[in-house]
Design a protein. Structure first.
Length: 317
């Protein structure tokens, strides 16, 4: 593909982008660089001190930068767009998927636990430097600063309104199903996690737990909103991808699962328990990756029948 750089040109660009991402990520972390005792008024000082992360802070930053670049660079290089159009679309998509949608859950779950009124807006602000400063620079560094658009016709995601409605409904329902199954059978099996969210003791049976939660519809309404926002963030990626559907699906799955969660390898006073962080990492990476594959499979093109949907044409090579 013509937009991908030869190795000799790519390596120095990658090194430059690596350092730039580290700079903007550290800049973003300054929004929440508050003393550990700042959250002690909510849950007590004993919960404000974070357990160590899976890796050291330095190694964690290097891993986070590498993981993000392995997603951002293919997103830029595989896009049929360029220039400010690509920079703006991808910046909004990245901020929405990696920060805004994620911090909606922080607002819902952690404001009664470790996130106070001063901290909450900072969680939304911290995603601005990587999204709106780094990504436009990355578009320029990778040589995609031209505003030309691929002139070839693009049938991706073009389908009748009726098909859009049932497919979007199915995608949202799939998100709710995966979210709930992974939440219960992975996350909720951890007694430390249950205690962190204020429900210590043995876990209720699946159906009883589900019925008890359904009584408060706010959680499911929030997850429907998050699913719709995720689709909104992924739509320009799917629509603009010049990769085949399989590769687009893998890229979208990684995009939905890794930038949002890879920071859980670091210590975090807002989620002090290492066991809770690791459990959430496994839960969300697995469920979001599968959902990303499903989203692209269902939304990447118009299907003329169920046989077409499940047939050999579903994911051409």
């Amino acid at each position: 593909m013509g937009s991908f750089q030869p190795v000799s040109n790519f390596i120095p660009r990658f090194v430059l982008l690596y350092f730039l991402f580290l700079i903007f990520y550290v800049m973003a972390s300054m929004f929440i660089s508050v003393p550990e005792t700042a959250v002690s008024g909510i849950t007590g000082a004993e919960t404000a001190v974070s357990e160590p992360g899976l890796v050291s802070p330095v190694a964690g930053l290097l891993i986070i930068a590498l993981v993000n670049l392995m997603i951002i660079i293919p997103l830029i290089q595989s896009s049929r767009w360029g220039g400010w159009k690509l920079a703006l679309i991808l910046a909004l998509s990245y901020y929405g998927a990696a920060t805004f949608v994620v911090q909606l859950e922080s607002w819902f779950f952690l404001t009664a636990n470790t996130v106070d009124a001063r901290m909450l807006p900072r969680l939304f602000l911290m995603g601005i430097p990587p999204a709106f400063f780094f990504i436009p620079l990355a578009v320029w560094v990778l040589g995609k600063n031209s505003s030309t658009v691929d002139p070839a016709s693009n049938p991706v995601m073009v389908m009748p309104l009726r098909q859009w409605i049932w497919k979007l409904t199915t995608v949202v329902a799939a998100y709710l199903l995966l979210y709930w199954l992974a939440g219960y059978f992975i996350a909720w099996q951890n007694p430390v996690l249950r205690a962190f969210y204020g429900q210590p003791g043995p876990a209720l049976p699946f159906f009883k737990h589900t019925l008890n939660t359904i009584r408060d519809s706010r959680l499911f309404l929030l997850q429907i909103l998050r699913a719709l926002l995720y689709v909104l963030c992924m739509a320009p990626v799917i629509r603009g991808s010049r990769l085949n559907p399989w590769r687009t699906a893998l890229l979208v799955g990684a995009y939905l699962s890794l930038p949002q969660n890879i920071a859980l390898i670091l210590e975090n006073p807002l989620m002090p328990s290492a066991a809770v962080r690791l459990t959430h990492l496994i839960e969300t990476v697995s469920s979001n990756f599968i959902w990303g594959l499903f989203m692209v499979w269902l939304l990447h093109r118009r299907h003329h029948s169920l046989a077409d949907l499940f047939g050999a044409r579903a994911f051409p090579a």
